[in-house]
Design a protein around this ligand. Structure first.
Ligand code: CA2
Length: 147
């Protein structure tokens, strides 16, 4: 099966700025980790990042006929985007929200997620391992859906 890992704004800067919050691992390194685990789990991994809300919506629409599940770190759009929430809902794809940081331990405006209600679950606070935990969770979801 095929899993889309979708990344939102500013995540292309990972590993280059604010290592105290987001660590020193780059997005390219996270992509490599996801691809390695995807191969182990027997799933294809597509890895996309955009700083543009509409491009993320387009990627979700395109995923509908191509991928079986979506793992999304929507970045700051998590807390603001009705459009992303509607797109996840409209695709009908199983989605998992993930974050590197524990947003509940940060500013109050990060405590709200507009996309969480349309996701199967949320994984956050484990740094790059959040991606691997989300992939394992998605593999379980897809395995259960196919039996
Ligand atoms: O913890 C996460 O994964 C976040 O989705 C990251 C977003 C933030 O707005 C969310 O509340 C939580 C921000 C990503 C910014 O990434 C940067 C990376 C390096 C330097 C600066 C920003």
């Amino acid at each position: 099966m095929s899993i889309l890992v979708l990344n939102g704004p500013n995540l292309n800067l990972l590993g280059t700025r604010e290592p105290g919050i987001y660590g020193s691992t780059t997005l390219a390194e996270i992509e490599a980790m996801c691809r390695a685990l995807g191969a182990e789990l027997g799933h294809d991994i597509a890895f996309v990042q955009s700083n543009h809300e509409g491009a993320l919506v387009d990627a979700l629409h395109a995923a509908r006929t191509v991928h079986d599940g979506v793992i999304i770190n929507a970045g700051a759009y998590t807390h603001t985007s009705v459009a992303l929430r509607d797109a996840i809902s409209a695709t009908g794809l199983k989605a998992i929200e993930l974050h590197l940081s524990n947003t509940h331990a940060r500013e109050s405006f990060r405590h709200v997620s507009l996309i969480a209600p349309v996701c199967v679950g949320v994984i956050q606070g484990f740094g790059p391992d959040s991606y691997l935990l989300a992939l394992r969770a998605m593999a379980g979801i897809l395995a259960r859906a196919s039996t």
